[in-house]
Write a protein that binds this ligand. Structure first.
Ligand code: PLP
Length: 434
């Protein structure tokens, strides 16, 4: 990656080198980082320590829902922190209660538990599933091949990708993987111990694959028939990224029976706090004759930082801004523009770009095979990394997903003009590779 980044001017080069050196000495090297040291941002623009500007179409991996340094988030952080940052869950606090209501009313009647990350939200769902099946001896959760559910031990056990498990075996028992979007495979995989099926509404790390309407409705029927919980990991695809609050709402729009679809649990994080760390899971009020939303009674689950007044105040403000500024409409319209622009790129440069994937602001650029593009074939890394590095040089941030796909996960308030600017730069990079 290093050789592809332009050399900053000498004085600033020192700061870049200094930051990198701090990391090399003191930060656990568990991430494959790009050689950029970012310093500040505004909306969907971000600057590195040398003063170079980038258009941020990665949104901090689907986190910065209102972009960088949004003035209303700053104001909320300041105002709420003057009053109360943290009190613990030994007491009530109003922002947590209000946020739970605001999240629930956008899904279906139910209740919400707050935590700090996506992996932790999913851990809560695993515990809910185990508690639900406990007295019948059922504990097994089916998850999808190519899924991603986080990096805790439970998370890598649930994740349907070998690369996250490698070296950390033995896995937590009770997870098996089934092919995504394959209803027959789900039915055939059931065992007497199966208690739940967990899927992403749109697979993110696995390469931007939305669940089909038939799959969602079919899984719901299967879960109803076999007394299973249907759990949705909406950590990446949720929070209006699809153009609706939840991606299943978008996928099922206009589909007969679609409006009645309700999962039994939904995990959230990423965009929920716009960069302030907060996670949550929602539980349905009642399913299979059980009051699921009350299954975790006092003492059964908890976390110190869950649902602080500060985190919840920020999340409430984000929801308010998204609705006030009609950002779901922006995601649909600008997302449609981006998707068709990527499609046109594929028409013009079919060797480099194979096509567009995804919905709304969860989009994938599918790249051509390494054998068809000289720069890809010559590199010692995956085409997605080569492409992302070229885009860095050209001033655009994007996120690789596997070897062949580059993701766009921009802020929900990305203006059309910046989407156009981004596509013009992407087109130049694609043309240079063709
Ligand atoms: C990012 C992600 C997670 C993990 O979230 P963390 O906050 O990193 O723990 C889980 N599931 C999906 C679908 C994700 O995209």
């Amino acid at each position: 990656m290093k050789e592809l980044v332009p050399t900053p001017p000498p004085i600033l080069q020192n700061r870049h080198a200094e930051v990198r050196e701090l990391f090399q000495r003191h930060v656990v090297p568990s991430y494959g980082r790009f050689d950029l040291a970012l310093s500040h941002g505004a909306g969907s623009q971000v600057w590195d320590v040398s003063g170079k500007r980038y258009l941020d179409l990665g949104g901090g991996i689907a986190v910065c829902s209102l972009g960088h340094a949004h003035p209303e988030i700053t104001e909320t952080l300041v105002e709420q922190s003057r009053r109360l940052v943290h009190v613990s869950n030994l007491y009530y606090n109003e922002p947590q209660g209000r946020l739970a209501y605001e999240l629930s009313r956008r899904i279906a009647p139910g209740k919400v538990f707050f935590c700090n990350s996506g992996a932790e939200a999913n851990e809560g769902l695993y515990k809910v599933a185990r508690k639900f099946g406990h007295d019948e001896g059922r504990f097994e959760i089916l998850t999808a091949v190519n899924s991603f559910h986080g990096r805790t031990l439970g998370g890598i056990s649930a994740t349907g990708q070998d690369k996250v498990k490698k070296g950390f075996e033995p896995m937590v028992p009770g997870f098996r993987h089934i092919p995504f979007n394959d209803l027959d495979a789900a039915r055939e995989a059931l065992s007497p111990a199966t208690v739940a099926i967990l899927i992403e509404g749109i697979q993110g790390e696995g390469g931007i694959t939305p669940a089909s309407a038939e799959y969602l409705l079919g899984l719901r029927r299967l879960c109803d028939e076999k007394r299973l919980l249907l759990l949705v990991d909406a950590v990446q695809c949720g929070h209006f990224r699809s153009g609706r609050f939840q991606s299943f709402q978008r996928v099922l729009e206009g589909v007969p029976g679609g409006e009645a679809f309700v999962p039994d649990g939904v995990s959230m994080a990423k965009s929920l706090g716009g960069g302030f760390p907060i996670g949550a899971f929602w539980l349905r009020e009642e399913v299979h004759g059980v009051k699921l939303c009350d299954i975790l009674g006092p003492g059964t689950h908890g976390t110190t930082f869950g649902g602080t007044p500060l985190g919840c105040a920020v999340a409430l403000k984000i929801l308010e801004v998204i609705e006030r500024d009609r950002l779901a409409d922006n995601v649909r319209q600008t997302g449609e523009y981006l998707r068709s622009a990527i499609g046109e790129l594929a028409d013009r440069h079919p060797g480099v770009v194979k096509g567009a994937r995804g919905l709304g602001f969860m989009l994938g650029i599918e790249l051509g095979e390494a054998s068809q593009v000289r720069a890809f074939a010559a590199a010692d890394k995956a085409p997605s990394l080569v492409f992302v590095n070229r885009l860095h040089e050209a001033g655009v941030l994007t996120i690789p997903s596997g070897n062949q796909i580059v993701r766009l996960l921009p802020a929900l308030n990305l203006p059309r003009s910046q989407a156009e600017e981004g596509m013009a730069i992407i087109e130049r990079v694609v043309a240079s590779l063709a």
